[in-house]
Design a protein around this ligand. Structure first.
Ligand code: BYC
Length: 330
């Protein structure tokens, strides 16, 4: 059943006259800004879309620990190590809230993890890029968490109650993550010529993959129209990408770094920056499993899952023993 539940639902938006009375009532509730709660009636497509999106988001938080975890043992100072450790632990927490939010829709965490390991569920493309230097940890905090916040702040108003509430807490923590990344970049950009070179190199490599985090262009996005009608998504992919560029370019200028886009230019008429699109062929290759680190990431996750089996078994055995004792005492 879960194979069906996580399958894409990329059909068009249903016209009001084609909706059943339940669907119409549901849409009215969404339009009125009411939150939908787990026991409420909901269209099957709404449930599937949420499982897909929240599950993908949860997996991103968990897989997202790997590129940063790689630097915990090599952080340059004790303070930086403690901060990075806290950040990576926060990401684990975000994954757990999100798995819980998805479980309220009738799928179990084990089913989602199995779907991830078998390649039936995705995680964010960004985590298939390597963190080669300490400056990359700055770039991940600044750009990757920056893009995540840009996407997630509007999701606090998403129509599904458990997802919306998870987002409120996650966004608070993400803004600390973004600031610690920018702080690393500031130190590097104002450091020795070698540190400055590393900061510029990290920006060069992380800029376009960060723009890809918002998903394909609106013309290519399969799910946006229906997800926006259901208020699962609040903005289109291109709207958020533009907001991210507008916010981030002045931050790069403040650092004295150059965004690697020769066509980047403020457009007075639009009131926005014009910028070059990422390489969408590269994006779809990464989604198909052919990015620089896809195989390593999945191997690391599967190994962690298998190595942790004895803990899960132990906990289940303990819970079973307690239950049996309670039954015997009744
Ligand atoms: N990576 O119709 P579309 C974080 C897929 S990280 C991989 O526009 P949708 C963190 C999409 O799933 C951020 N796949 O889809 C930060 C669909 O394929 P399927 C995690 C992607 O869902 C630091 C197909 O492309 N955040 O938090 O309407 C450290 C067509 O796309 C990507 C979230 O997940 C991508 N970048 O919009 C640690 C936020 N983009 O499923 C952690 C919640 C698109 O049909 N998610 N695809 O096979 C969203 O807001 C939306 O799901 C997206 C995509 C904007 C990502």
């Amino acid at each position: 059943m879960y194979a069906q539940m996580v399958k894409s639902t990329g059909e068009g938006v249903r016209a009001r006259e084609d909706m059943s009375p339940e669907e119409r009532h549901f849409q009215d509730r969404v339009d009125a800004g009411e939150k939908i709660e787990p026991k409420d009636w909901m269209p099957e497509g709404y449930r599937k879309t949420l499982i897909r999106q929240i599950g993908q988001h949860a997996h991103s938080e968990i897989v997202g620990q790997l590129p940063e975890g790689n630097w915990i043992t090599r952080a340059p100072t004790l303070e930086r190590k403690a901060i990075l450790l806290a950040k990576v632990q926060d990401e684990a927490g975000h994954g757990l809230y999100l798995y819980c939010a998805a479980e309220t829709l009738g799928i179990s965490r084990d089913e989602m993890i199995e779907a991830l390991h078998e390649g039936r569920m995705k995680y964010s493309s960004i985590f298939n890029y390597p963190t080669l230097t300490w400056a990359d940890i700055g770039a991940v905090g600044w750009l990757v968490d920056g893009a995540a916040i840009m996407n997630q702040v509007p999701l606090q108003r998403t129509s599904y109650g458990p997802y919306s509430r998870a987002m409120i807490r996650i966004c608070k923590e993400e803004s600390f993550h973004q600031r610690q990344g920018y702080d690393i970049m500031m130190k590097m950009a104002r450091g020795t010529p070698e540190q400055r070179r590393m900061a510029q190199d990290a920006l060069n490599r992380y800029w376009y993959p960060s723009l890809m985090m918002f998903g394909p262009s609106d013309a290519e996005s399969v799910h946006s129209a229906q997800s926006m009608a259901w208020k699962i998504k609040i903005n289109t992919n291109d709207e958020l990408r533009q907001k991210f560029v507008d916010q981030t370019v002045p931050q790069a200028e403040y650092l004295g770094l150059t965004v690697p886009d020769e066509h980047l230019k403020w457009n007075d008429e639009r009131g926005h920056y014009d910028f070059s699109e990422p390489d969408w062929d590269e994006f779809f290759q990464v989604l198909r499993g052919n990015g620089p680190c896809n195989r390593d990431r999945m191997e690391a996750r599967v190994k962690a899952w298998e190595d942790g089996a004895w803990v899960r078994d132990g906990l289940l055995a303990h819970a079973e023993k307690k239950r049996a004792r309670r039954v015997a005492a009744e």
